[in-house]
Design a protein around this ligand. Sequence first.
Ligand code: FAD
Length: 291
Amino acid sequence: MNTPRPTRHLSRLTPDASRSFSFEFFPPNTPEGMDKLAQTAKQLAQLNPKFFSVTYGAGGSTRERTLRAVLDLRAAGYAAAPHISCIGSSREEIRGILQGYREQGIRHLVALRGDLPSGTATAGEFQYANELVAFIRKEFGDHFHIEVAAYPEYHPQAKSARDDLLNFRRKVEAGANSAITQYFYNADCYFHFVDECEAMGLSLPIVPGIMPIGKFSQLARFSDACGAEIPRWMRRKLEGYGDDSDSIRAFGLDVVTRLCDDLLAAGAPGLHFYTMNQAGLTSTIWQRLGL
Ligand code: FAD
């Protein structure tokens, strides 16, 4: 039987023109990686995203490379936002990084707590991302547009779902302008999370984070580490394909395109793609969505 899928609607529909589409990169650590990133950015720039963002290794491990990649992207004519994570850093270090960003004319950040690699002793002067957001607002006023992370399936270290939601509210109340979510493959968790935020009076845009599916082993590893669920039916299908990378790719494209379609149809305020520095899957999903 061919019944139409019911469309879920968020209470606040975002007009198409104000939706935010963005692409995330990690900072390469070789000159070849930088060249490859420049090619990827060139390809993805044709899709006219609002911005590119570049991740930041916990404890400042990619400090120079993140800035370098952001400056290269800006020099090529693209809007680019660095991520900054506070765990393991002192206030002085964070102030220095932010001053550097301001001097370079950067006005857009993704502010995070980050995760210290296991075995690292020092926790630094910030414990949670809400402290970083408050620090940025105190020291730099409204200079930066601040994005924070959101977890529709809840953060793996949260004491409870309710606690995590209240902690998300702390970041918003500390001065975040918008949020990007951890990736997920079940649109209902996103809709539920947005409803809960609205019920708490939070009205910032919460943009779904989208992870295209390339290699199953890599996806499974990431998902275990960050607490993002791969639904059982997807896991079983992906496992069943074994080394057949064409089938994994075809299945992943179908599932992720449909997820994006459902999210946008319901009024999501945009999409943020975790590109893994590759243009192919993201561009194909984009074309299939007819964006
Ligand atoms: P927080 O918001 O501080 O939350 C962390 C945990 O602490 C949660 O369980 C929360 O419930 C709890 N908590 C928060 N505030 C309080 C409080 N005041 N009291 C008690 N408990 C509290 N990591 C990187 O290292 N570099 C990156 O570039 C990076 N980019 C990311 C981009 C996005 C869009 C996302 C979704 C994640 C990214 N991460 C990155 C991963 C992120 O750093 C981890 O998920 C990290 O574990 C949590 O960071 P957070 O900013 O969400 O932390």
